[in-house]
Design a protein. Structure first.
Length: 485
């Protein structure tokens, strides 16, 4: 196969012009599968961000003045270009984010394209309340308007996916955009902007690269930005939320999670084990909704653990470009160290049933790991691990399971496993998480809203609700001297 990451030059795209970031800070981009440097680029200055926001502001009125159909016509051409270049983009992502090629080809990249097409269609038929005589003598109608300039700040675990989920709905609803990818994974977003560059008017889509603490922080606080849509850690989410409060303005925060998977006594254990093994390790476990926090009835715990252990034992881990690879590397040396630290600090009563160590090879690999016997206050339960590590706790009744599941700061996703549909509905309703499933996990797509509660953030991405986030509703009252009905 051909990997061509060197062909993407990581530069800013501002007002229709490509240029390097103007600081002297050189950032190295790694291939996590090998630990080798793919390329380098310069971080952006405050001045670069000022220029990008200014370009977006200048372009905003003309872009907003187009009809939804006119914008969609341009963006459908970009979707066609995305389709034509999907394999190249996928290979870039495999090289830069360490995604197993078979999962990237079979699942993630087809869904990225489908998401773009869905957002473009859905943005043309957004609902509002009917016009009507809500006040005597006044007909009130409603306009759904763009917000202006959207800043999109993305993480490294789904670089192109999350760029598309932010940039496309924002553009389709008439906003202009400044996107800042994670400094670890800048390649696919840069390539996507290259594809867009010949199609969109200058200033409609701008790209700045750089460190989060400098470039990202300056962008998030910029007075010329009308909405920040952010996916990333809870810690950075707090910074973005504080910046939004200072002005004040809206933000969308898609933050971390530590998804509970409640397995009741009557569950189909083989099915549950297979899903936990697959969805716990999905994307190397670097998935905010991964099925990583198992809560199992103590009567069936040993049976379930035996099944999961056997499945993890068969996981093929290795080079993400190998077709057979099921589990690739984690994103970086520092992230590997963090996971290793969390596992090493486990309490003495915890039992490592399989895995538990870094793999001795170039790149950043951690073994598929199952740790049982944990208690609610343990760091491995309360923190997001974000690696191929599945934890297990036991309970003695469904209400205890519910209490344990809800007793974390996060509220992103979770699942319940039982053959009793009434009990399943009761428990899924009582989980304080934004996306919950019964007898499945991580069943996601662009057609419906995703998003967390509590410290997992606020605002939605996906579905009609996710597109509406990029708009504001204006009520226009028309007085008439002639009575109307
Ligand atoms: P991160 O918060 O470190 O970085 C995310 C982005 O924010 C990067 O572009 C980074 O450069 C930028 N950034 C960092 N500090 C900043 C600051 N002070 N101001 C502005 N921007 C700043 O997160 P990460 O480690 O890249 O991503 C992993 C996290 O993302 C995990 O916690 C994961 O759960 C979360 N995530 C959530 C969802 C969701 O939908 N809820 C989806 C994917 C990932």
């Amino acid at each position: 196969m051909s990997l061509t990451p060197g062909l993407v030059e990581v530069r800013n795209y501002i007002g229709g012009i490509w240029s390097p970031g103007s600081t002297d800070d050189v950032i190295e981009v790694f291939n996590p599968g090998t630990g080798e440097v793919i390329t380098t680029f310069q971080s952006s200055s405050a001045g670069d961000v000022d220029c990008a926001v200014a370009a977006a502001r200048v372009a905003a009125p003309a872009w907003a003045a187009l009809t939804p159909g006119q914008r969609a016509a341009i963006l459908y051409t970009l979707a066609d270009s995305l389709a034509a270049n999907l394999d190249e983009l996928r290979d870039l992502e495999v090289a830069n984010a360490g995604k197993p090629i078979s999962a990237a080809r079979g699942e993630e990249f087809p869904l990225i394209l489908d998401s773009m097409r869905y957002f473009l269609g859905a943005a043309r038929s957004l609902p509002t309340q009917c016009a009507g005589n809500y006040v005597p003598g006044v007909t009130t109608m409603f306009r759904r308007e763009p917000l202006g300039v959207v800043a999109a700040i993305t993480p490294w675990n789904y670089p192109l996916w999350l760029a598309i989920w932010k940039v496309v709905p924002a553009l389709a609803t008439g906003n202009t955009v400044v996107v800042k990818p994670a400094e670890t994974t800048p390649l696919t977003t840069t390539r996507f902007v290259e594809l867009a560059a010949g199609l969109l008017p200058p200033g409609v889509l701008n790209l700045v690269h750089g460190y989060g603490a400098t470039t990202g922080n300056y962008l998030a606080n910029h007075a010329g930005v009308d909405l920040v849509t952010f996916t990333g850690s809870v810690a950075t989410g707090r910074v973005i939320a504080a910046a939004a409060t200072a002005r004040p303005r809206r933000s969308i925060l898609e933050l971390g999670g530590n998804a509970p998977v409640i397995v009741l006594r009557d569950a189909d254990l083989a099915d549950a084990a297979a899903t936990i093994a697959t969805m716990g390790l999905y994307n190397g476990g670097q998935e905010c909704m991964a099925a990583t926090r198992v809560l199992v009835d103590e009567e069936i715990a040993e049976e379930l653990l035996g099944l999961i252990t056997a499945l993890l034992d068969k996981v093929v881990q290795g080079d993400p470009t190998d077709e057979d690879t099921m589990l690739g590397p984690v994103i970086s040396a520092s992230h590997l160290k963090r996971i290793e630290g969390l596992v090493a600090r486990r309490p003495p009563y915890a039992r490592v049933l399989i895995g538990g160590r870094r793999v001795d090879r170039p790149g950043y690999y951690f073994e598929p790991t199952l740790i049982a016997g944990l208690e609610q206050h343990d760091e491995l339960i309360q923190e997001e691990i974000f690696g191929p590590v599945i934890t297990v706790q036991t309970f003695t009744g469904a209400d205890e399971a519910l209490a344990l599941a809800n007793d974390v700061p996060f509220g992103l996703s979770g699942s319940v496993w039982t053959e009793n549909i009434d009990e399943g509905l009761r428990l899924t309703s009582a989980l304080h998480f934004g996306n919950v499933w019964l007898n499945t996990h991580l069943a996601v797509g662009p057609d419906f809203p995703l998003g967390g509660f509590n410290e997992s953030g606020y605002g939605k991405e996906g579905g009609i609700a996710g597109i509406e986030e990029f708009t504001r509703v204006k009520a226009v009252g028309l007085r008439s001297r002639t009575p109307t009905v």
